[in-house]
Design a protein around this ligand. Structure first.
Ligand SMILES: O=C(O)[C@H](O)[C@@H](O)[C@H](O)[C@H](O)COP(=O)(O)O
Length: 247
């Protein structure tokens, strides 16, 4: 479902409300809520909103379990580390305990970190049939999501839930969830805005399938929901802007 709002500010506010309501609804029927966070710049305002009134009070933080969609294999102290950004924007400001938070361990070798993370995920989701309550994703202007970059080996992974690889262009290892585990989630939400995303968004949503070039096309939940929260600038190239709720 496509949700188009005026600008980045409005997208962030609407998504803060949407996520808070999803958490409230879900926790009426179950005891915990598993949520995959994304790095990048786009979610910063959303995270900050969630850590303040009125969202902060509505969320039962002690029932949440946090995971990450991908990580740059640099120390937690490095400003490029995705988990670090999330702590600064959100997790340091809300009442969550260490045991609720599962970061990808960048003090290990990247392949060992991927293996360790996969083990944690299988403990949470032993049946292997359904995974997270919510996966929040960003999308790059090259149509990557998570660390599923065009042409990267990670986009071919069919079995493993977590993988790692050397990303030459950025001179670093990446650790990432794969499409198979994300596609078992109950809800997947993409948050993206800005005119620089318009071309990628048009190809991902309306172009012919070309996973190598537009890896975000890999994300198609098997039985869960898929939502795109975008602004008018990012939606600028779409021919069909009606496939969902719009403001
Ligand atoms: O570690 C990362 O780089 C991210 O997890 C990545 O997948 C991100 O979500 C996109 O690159 C969009 O980033 P922006 O929100 O900054 O455009």
């Amino acid at each position: 479902m496509l949700h188009i709002y005026k600008d980045a500010n409005e997208v962030s506010h609407q998504l803060a409300e949407w996520i808070t309501s999803l958490i409230e609804r879900t926790l009426q029927n179950q005891d915990g809520f598993t949520w995959v966070l994304t790095g990048g710049n786009s979610p910063k305002q959303l995270y900050e909103l969630l850590s303040t009134s009125p969202y902060r009070e509505r969320i039962q933080w002690e029932k949440l379990h946090f995971f990450w969609g991908d990580e740059r294999a640099v120390p937690f102290e490095d400003s490029r580390n995705n988990a670090r950004m999330t702590f600064e924007a959100l997790l340091n400001k809300v009442p969550v305990k260490k045991e609720q938070v599962h970061i990808m361990q960048t003090d290990l070798a990247a392949d060992a970190a991927a293996f360790a993370y996969e083990k944690i995920l299988h403990t949470y989701f032993p049946s292997g049939n359904q995974t997270f309550d919510l996966v929040l994703n960003g999308m790059g202007d090259d149509a990557h999501t998570l660390s599923l970059f065009p042409g990267s080996p990670a986009i071919k992974e069919q079995e493993a839930w977590v993988t790692s690889f050397w990303l030459e262009a950025q001179d670093m290892y990446r650790i990432t969830l794969t499409a198979p585990v994300v596609n078992l989630a109950k809800s997947v939400v993409f948050l993206t805005f800005g005119a620089n995303k318009a071309n990628a968004l048009q190809h991902v949503l309306e172009g012919p399938e070309n996973i190598e070039l537009y890896p975000s096309q890999l994300i198609q939940p098997q039985s869960g929901e898929l939502h795109w929260f975008v602004d008018e600038a990012a939606a600028g190239g779409l021919k069909d802007k009606t496939s969902g709720n719009q403001s």
